[in-house]
Write a protein that binds this ligand. Structure first.
Ligand code: FAD
Length: 383
């Protein structure tokens, strides 16, 4: 019988459980290929501590290439650039064509609104990880030439959960170097003065207090342009917000090639997945994490917690199809989940159901959760 081919596109949180399953064995009659741009996956929960300068960038790494090798998976270091659904093939960014019998997508998302003038050239997105590191390199260059207590202005565009964490982390990095941070967080949805649109009013107020007490300025305005030294707001005065390093943390947008694939998509262009995480009726394409929207849940935020919880469902269903069974596991997003946002000075903001607080123990809890997560997958391919 002809060997069939499972293609795994990307490996973020949602594919790790599938890799773990394959370390125990790939179903008979199948070969598996993993297409990833880099040999390591960078766990985004660790990004704030890295941005703050508390740990080195390697602290976020999960060695997916080595785990895949452990499982006997063929790894292609490349990015998917196009998907032909009817032809069951993907095109890689180096032009190669890879055919598949079964495809699973975990390619995450890209930053939204990067078409604003100057954003691509003068601001840094947090994904890919190399872009976040490039922002730090730029900031460290400025810090290195500064004198003690010099003011270092930075702007963070985006007032969501990641924006709050990055603003506080950059503030901590500058202060750690003995200079004076002047951090401005900008978001057009923050016109009521509160960050975290979509969260409960109590948590939004907590976050605003945390930011303001640490001298982060909140600007409820849109951005019309980013330059080398400023962010230009879209208010009447075209106010200039000084910034030597602008972080672009504007939320998730779909990969254009996924929207263009012809798969049914939501209004934003994310492919729609069933609760079994299938994207096609014949269950030949699966997807999980930020790159898909669950049917009937278009308001569910793109958050790592969903990608993590989809991972075992995706693994069970892809494995079932490989064994000739129908997928039966289903993902039902929780109505509320634990949110922990690091303040980068020893505390964290916590939201759990109706509880909204800031505490040092919340940061200890976050550190423990992150360490446990990393350990669980790193041990699949011990150094
Ligand atoms: C600073 C920051 C902090 C965050 N903190 C939290 C948090 O504390 N809690 C939380 O719930 N969420 C958090 N998030 C959101 C969270 O990071 C995402 O929701 C989560 O990473 C989604 O996981 P994923 O598996 O879908 O995709 P990702 O983790 O983004 O992984 C996708 C993978 O696919 C690869 N890839 C990308 N494009 C291609 C391509 N074309 N071809 C092949 N491979 C590709 C990438 O290299 C990447 O490894 C944070 C986000 C940021 C930016």
């Amino acid at each position: 019988m002809k060997e069939r081919h499972l293609l795994l596109a990307g490996c973020g949180h949602a594919h790790l459980d599938l890799l773990a399953l394959f370390v125990r064995g790939i179903p008979h009659g199948w070969r598996v290929t993993l297409v990833v741009p880099q040999p390591d996956f960078h766990y985004s929960g660790m990004l704030p501590v890295i941005m703050a300068g508390a740990v080195p960038p390697s602290a976020a790494d999960i060695p997916v290439e080595r785990i895949a090798a452990e499982a006997g998976i063929n790894v292609q270091l490349a990015s998917v650039a196009a998907l032909d659904v009817a032809g069951r093939a993907v095109t890689l960014d180096d032009g190669r064509l890879l055919a598949f019998d079964l495809l699973s997508l975990d390619v995450g998302s890209v930053a939204a609104a990067t078409d604003i003038r100057g954003a691509r050239t003068h601001a840094w997105t947090m994904r890919p990880f190399t872009s976040a590191l490039a922002l730090l390199q730029r900031l460290d260059g400025v810090i290195a030439t500064g004198q003690p207590r010099d003011i270092v202005p930075v702007a963070v565009v985006g007032g969501g959960a990641a924006g709050v964490e990055i603003a506080l982390a950059l503030r901590a990095r500058i202060a750690r170097a003995g200079l004076t941070p002047r951090v401005t967080m900008i978001d057009s949805q923050m016109r009521d003065g509160l960050p975290l649109p979509g969260f409960s009013p109590a948590f939004r107020r907590r976050a605003a207090d945390a930011l303001i007490s640490r001298c982060v300025q909140l600007r409820g305005a849109g951005v019309q342009e980013v330059t080398d030294a400023n962010v230009v707001l879209d208010d009447h005065a075209a106010t200039l917000v000084p910034s030597v390093a602008t972080a672009w943390v504007t939320g998730a947008a779909p990969h254009p090639w996924l929207t263009a694939s012809g798969l049914p998509c939501d209004a934003r262009g994310f492919p729609l997945a069933s609760e079994k995480l299938t994207l096609t009726d014949d269950a030949s394409i699966f997807g999980a994490g930020d790159c898909i929207t669950l049917r009937g849940h278009s308001q569910t935020p793109k958050a790592g917690v969903h990608a993590v919880r989809m991972a075992p469902v995706l693994a069970a269903n892809v494995y079932a199809v490989m064994q000739g069974r129908a997928p039966t596991a289903a993902y039902h997003p929780p109505r509320s989940f634990l949110a922990l946002l690091s303040t980068s000075d020893g505390a964290a903001l916590l939201r759990w159901q109706r509880v909204a607080l800031e505490a040092r123990w919340a940061q200890h809890l976050k550190t423990w959760i992150d360490a446990r997560y990393l350990h669980r997958y790193r041990m699949l391919a011990p150094p």
